[in-house]
Design a protein around this ligand. Structure first.
Ligand code: PNS
Length: 162
């Protein structure tokens, strides 16, 4: 069985993330979305909120082979615990490459078995990031079409309240 782990902060999960996840769900038998819980960082959405929003997406998109969990510490340990064969990441532009290259190098050093596969973002999402969503929302701009519709109100309300 092929098992992929799609890790990230997902603060919040965007339609760009969904694009990558849908591709991964086609490729692997099972995909775990792994939400990073970093106690050193203060995310906008708690880990419980981020998991809930991803579960909303899994349900509404009918992604029956996708599960969602949280992890702290090293990704390779989480991947090993769920029996993953591959890590999944998305690439938007060449500017992502350096960052992803470094993450891959560290993960390869830590685990000889795990390999990472990358999905190119569709051009419509090449500018999209969780940070952009937060900035647009905080200034009262519309985040429609940038985050999955099922989570639009929850995210919008939180960002404008801040
Ligand atoms: O999309 P993001 O939020 O930049 O994801 C970064 C993530 C979660 C993939 C990375 O920070 C990570 O794997 N953190 C866990 C700690 C770890 O395993 N570090 C070694 C690889 S850098």
């Amino acid at each position: 069985m092929t098992i992929g782990v799609y890790p990230g902060s997902f603060d919040p999960f965007t339609v760009g993330h969904l694009d990558v996840l849908a591709n991964a769900a086609d490729l692997f038998d099972v995909v775990y979305v792994a939400v990073l819980h970093n106690s050193q960082k203060q995310p906008t959405f708690t880990k419980e909120e981020r998991v809930q929003m991803i579960e909303n997406v899994i349900r509404t998109e009918g992604l029956s082979n996708v599960r969602c969990g949280t992890f702290d510490g090293l990704l390779v340990n989480y991947a090993k615990a769920v029996g993953a064969t591959h890590i999944v990441r998305g690439l938007r532009a060449t500017s992502d490459f350096e960052y992803e290259f470094q993450i891959d190098a560290v993960n390869r050093h830590l685990s000889q078995e795990l390999r990472t596969v990358y999905f190119m973002a569709s051009p419509a999402h090449s500018f999209l990031s969780s940070s952009n969503v937060k900035e647009i929302g905080a200034w009262g701009g519309s985040i429609q079409g940038l985050v999955p519709q099922v989570n639009e109100d929850i995210i919008s309300e939180r960002l404008t309240r801040k």
